[in-house]
Structure formats: C-alpha cells, structure tokens
Design a protein around this ligand. Structure first.
Ligand code: SF4
Length: 155
C-alpha cells in the first residue's frame, strides 16, 4: 500500500516545462548516503489513495502533470496502485511522472508514466541540475523513452 507523506506544487522543477502536483511518498527503501529527505524513509498512517483524488481536484486548474516522488516498497501491489492512479490522472488530461531513486533501467511496470526519473542520489555526482549527475529523466514520446536530463543543466 502506497503511503503518503506530503505534497507540493512546483513549476518546471521536477519536470521541465510542467507544473507538477508532487506526492511525496513514505517508506523509501533506497537509503542513499546524504539523503535530502530522510523523513521519507519512515512510514506514515496515511494511504495515498485516501487523499489522492481530493488533492488532484483541488489543484486541477493549475497543474499539467502529477509526479510521485518515491515508489514505496516497490511491490507488485504498489505497481498496480500506480497503474490505477495513472489511468485516473490521464483521464483528467494530465501527464504522469515517477521519481524512482533506484539505479535501474526503466521497468515494465513503469510504462504508465510519461516521465520517469531513475538513479540514486550520489553526493559526489550531484542531483539532476549537475552535468556530472548519474540520475536521468526520461520522457515518453511515441512510446519510446527519450533522455531529457540535459534540460536541467544550466548553460
Ligand atoms: S531515493 Fe530520495 S528519499 Fe530515498 S533515500 Fe534516496 S535521496 Fe532519500
């Protein structure tokens, strides 16, 4: 069961050229050294599905995309929850994004997302804003994921 920690709305921060309603998920298992949000490694009492639709409707007049930061415990059940949520988001006409903190390729269950970020946070390489980063943001175009990480980099 995906657990909700908190949310915010950002413009071109998590995803270039998108206004995102960001759901910060609890129970992150990645344990990156130097984790910028260690509170997300704990659990909470709130199930994401219980707060999701009210927040989506509350911000529907100002967002273009819904972003999930974290993937919970990365179980099959949670993958199905993500798929259901993405269908709902797409039905409202918004795009979807997953911020996965693991060092992995794009996995089959992730293909419901229009944007996918992969890669653990490594202090010595920096986050997505640094050209040295190991992290990557992909955008789905014609069912193919294109690396758009360069859009974060300052000239
Ligand atoms: S993925 Fe993010 S929240 Fe999870 S341990 Fe790494 S930096 Fe922290």
């Amino acid at each position: 069961m995906l657990k909700f920690y908190d949310y915010n709305v950002t413009n071109s921060w998590e995803v270039p050229n998108e206004v995102c309603l960001n759901f910060h998920l609890a129970e992150c298992l990645n344990r990156c050294p130097g984790c910028f949000s260690p509170e997300l490694q704990n659990s909470t009492d709130t199930n994401l599905v219980d707060v999701f639709e009210d927040l989506l409707l509350a911000y529907s007049n100002r967002i273009t995309c819904v972003c999930f930061l974290g993937e919970g415990k990365n179980t099959d059940y949670e993958h199905i929850e993500f798929e259901t949520l993405c269908k709902k988001i797409h039905s409202y006409g918004f795009k979807t994004c997953l911020y996965c903190g693991r060092d992995c390729r794009i996995e089959e269950w992730m293909r419901c997302f229009d944007y996918i970020k992969v890669g653990s946070y490594k202090q010595e390489l920096g986050d997505l804003s640094k050209k040295t980063t190991n992290q990557r943001l992909y955008k789905k175009e014609n069912n193919v994921y294109i690396d758009i990480t360069f859009l974060f980099w300052e000239e």
